[in-house]
Design a protein around this ligand. Structure first.
Ligand code: ZN
Length: 372
């Protein structure tokens, strides 16, 4: 039978629409179904028809078949759960078979949100955190079945397990039969005579658990990390929702962040600014030596390459940019004052008439930090 043309089996053209294919299959299945038409020949044809429909009703499989691809099921009606499924799909429940199915108690759990505050140092390299998450977990007593151990749900008497009850409503067009969820079983099709005492028949309990999370470097305040499947378990042991971790980065008293760069200000004494010095800086990841050249000015920005933040995507760290602030002495002893006065006489400046404001220092510093 594997060589039989699926289109011929269903009696449709190769250009048949999905609707036509479905129609042809319905007609043949109704005619050949073993419940209706016992006998080996009918059973064999039913299998062929079913298999042909299986392939041609799936757009991907149909395309593969049209292109001469091999038979994904290797012949036979494998891939179906049995004739019952097919029959139910098409003829069960009096039209709209799907709608007549009882709904499942199992549902996906909700997403959970946890906020975490990080120090700037955590952001430079990333950090591992164990977070306490207060959420729903599977009930260990009933393992999500919602029933007391040793008991199980029973078919609802009112809806006979369909989850729906039919009501006949009089309307202008005559009597109309409508289907509504069964009030007795809430549409589940079953009731639970002995609910699990531990979870009150919910299949899950609230619990505080610890979730270990590796927070990558380069995260910023407001960023949310998603951990799929780490949220709360669903009702009746349904799949877990996701866990979101919202990041808040605490401000640091020395360093601030500008993209992948870190910014800091270095105070340099007036003599050091004049003569140059080597400054020791406590960076977030240890000490760095910074050469301050003679004659450095307030507002100059010195860059230490590769001592900034590791970006969220990528591995090349940003820079540490240090703005220089020259500290003018405010108290001078007699000797120092004489030396400065001596220095001033030897280096007569342009005079006060030319010492105009050229550019505010703050503006200058800001512009330097912006990389101008
Ligand atoms: Zn339980």
């Amino acid at each position: 039978m594997a060589d039989q043309d699926h289109y011929q089996v269903l009696g449709v053209s190769r250009e048949a629409t999905p609707e036509e294919i479905k129609k042809a299959y319905r007609r043949l299945a109704r005619e050949l179904h073993p419940d209706v038409n016992p006998g080996e020949e009918a059973a064999e044809r039913f299998k062929q028809v079913t298999h042909a429909y299986d392939v041609l009703s799936d757009p991907q499989q149909r395309e593969r078949y049209d292109m001469g691809g091999d038979n994904p099921f290797g012949g036979g009606a494998a891939g179906f759960g049995g004739f019952g499924d097919i029959f139910e799909t098409f003829f069960g429940g009096g039209g709209g078979a799907r709608a007549a199915r009882p709904r499942s108690r199992r549902e996906r759990g909700q997403d959970a949100l946890v906020r975490v505050t990080l120090q700037l140092a955590d952001v430079v390299f990333g950090v591992h955190r164990d977070l306490d998450v207060d959420t729903a977990v599977l009930c260990e007593t009933c393992e999500g079945s919602c029933c007391q151990p040793g008991t199980s749900p029973v078919t609802c008497d009112i809806c006979q397990g369909t989850g729906h009850v039919q009501r006949t409503v009089r309307s202008l067009l005559g009597n109309v039969v409508t289907s509504a969820p069964c009030g007795t079983c809430q549409g589940y099709g079953t009731t639970i005579p002995y609910p699990c005492a531990e979870c009150h028949g919910q299949g899950r309990v609230r619990s505080r658990r610890t979730v270990g999370v590796d927070i990558p470097a380069g995260v910023e305040t407001g960023l949310r990390l998603q951990m799929p499947g780490s949220g709360e378990v669903g009702p009746a042991g349904g799949p877990n929702g996701d866990l979101y971790i919202e990041v808040n980065v605490a401000s640091h008293e020395v360093f601030s962040r500008d993209g992948d760069d870190l910014l800091a200000t270095l105070e340099v004494s007036m003599p050091d600014a004049v003569l140059g010095t080597t400054a020791q800086i406590d960076a977030l990841d240890g000490k760095v030596e910074l050469e301050v050249r003679p004659g450095v000015q307030s507002g100059d920005v010195l860059t230490i390459k590769g001592r900034g933040v590791t970006p969220l995507r990528g591995s090349t760290r940003g820079d540490l940019r240090v703005g220089v602030h020259v500290v003018t002495p405010t108290k001078l002893d007699h000797k120092s004052r004489q030396l400065i006065e001596d220095f001033a006489r030897r280096n007569k400046g342009p005079g006060p008439q030319l010492a105009q404001f050229r550019q505010g220092l703050f503006a200058k510093l800001r512009d330097r930090f912006r990389g101008e």
